[in-house]
Design a protein around this ligand. Structure first.
Ligand code: ACO
Length: 325
């Protein structure tokens, strides 16, 4: 029996031009390049220009993904934008993306699952495509985390950066097995008991302010690897695949130690890991499509390759997806 799958037709990304190195941060807070590199693997991050909006970065990434897919924006009927840093509380930044792309049909909305946002958005778009309600989707992760940071808190301000990444999904009938192209499975989890481990101390219904990111870094680190491996193993079981079948591991780019620890526990060879955290820092929902676009641009990823995405972040939320390119 054939299966309606969401095929990835193209991907693209956008990074603001301003590079902030560890050395520059060390002039503002009590830190050092050595400390940041050793604990996180981050060497530099990009920071949005004053006035540069999340939706504008999302549009740049979306246009790049459409160009890569050789598609016109008019063929898109669904936009799901994963972000925790929208332009405004409402309307959704996704409708700004829709308007900037000149699309007046279909639907556009934001989705908020912090660093797991891209995996959640992928699951949402995949479900809507499989239901038959939509046929071509832009799934975007875009963030301006620099605007949420307390730039006097060395424990958090060194970790994050700004950027955007996007994929174009299209409905396509496939034979109906694990060799199919497209999204084979997405698994999502959350556990709100951990909501105070990583949060923003403001919001429209609490303080009426935007607030700043607060984190118990050790607690996040302590749970990350176990949660990631658990949901990835669930995705393997659901598809009858194993770590040996994965061609490219494209994790959320939070921290080099979490990435390497997860790969090690899953039994994924270091040569299969796609890493951009050294250049981008943690760009939250944008990090997976940014890393994906990087590995597609340099031709590491080839048609038929099996890609494993995973993410974990505030909530806690976490999830994993297996996608055949
Ligand atoms: N520079 C220098 N020293 C620092 C810095 C810094 N930027 N930040 C903290 N320190 C100090 C602390 O003050 C502390 O000093 P003390 O011993 O005198 O009190 C010391 O370093 C150790 O602090 P810890 O927080 O215990 O350091 P740890 O080894 O846990 O590393 C880190 C901190 C890198 C945040 C780590 O906990 C981590 O990677 N956690 C995961 C967090 C993460 O990736 N979050 C991203 C969002 S969630 C996600 O996307 C998965």
């Amino acid at each position: 029996m054939t299966a309606r799958r969401s095929i990835v037709l193209g991907c693209g990304s956008y990074l603001p031009s301003r590079i902030v190195t560890n050395a520059e941060l060390a002039r503002k807070v009590d830190t050092s390049d050595e400390w940041i590199v050793q604990r996180t693997g981050i060497h530099e991050r990009r920071i949005a220009a004053p006035g540069e909006l999340t939706s504008q970065m999302a549009v740049h990434a979306a246009r790049a993904a459409l160009a890569h897919a050789h598609l016109d924006a008019q063929s898109i009927d669904l936009i799901v934008l994963a972000t925790s840093t929208p332009d405004n509380t409402f309307p959704a930044s996704a409708v700004s993306v829709q308007a900037d792309l000149g699309i007046t049909h279909g639907a556009a909305f934001d989705l908020q699952a912090v660093c797991s946002g891209f995996v959640y958005a992928l699951a949402t778009a995949d479900g809507l495509i499989k239901s038959g309600a939509f046929s071509r989707a832009l799934v975007i992760g875009a963030e301006t985390f620099s605007r949420l940071l307390d730039w006097t808190d060395r424990g958090t301000c060194v970790l994050f950066g700004d950027g955007a990444g996007a994929v174009v999904l299209a409905a396509q009938e496939q034979p109906g097995g694990r060799e199919d192209r497209g999204i084979l499975v997405v698994r999502l989890r959350s556990d709100g008991r951990y909501k105070s481990k990583l949060y923003v101390d403001g919001g429209p219904s609490s303080t009426g302010t935007v607030g700043h990111l607060r984190m118990e870094g050790r607690e996040v680190f302590r749970h990350a690897v176990a949660m990631i491996t658990d949901v990835v193993e669930d995705a393997f079981r659901a598809t009858g695949t194993t770590a040996a079948d994965v061609d490219w591991f494209i994790p959320h780019q939070a921290n080099r130690r979490i990435i390497d620890g997860s790969a090690h526990k899953l039994g994924i060879a270091p040569a299969k890991i796609v890493t951009t955290v050294d250049r981008h820092g943690n760009t939250s929902a944008a990090s997976i499509p940014l890393a994906l676009a990087d590995a597609v641009a340099d031709r590491r990823i080839k048609r038929g390759d099996l890609l494993l995405f995973e993410a974990m972040g505030g909530g806690f939320t976490w999830g994993a997806a297996l996608v055949r390119w």
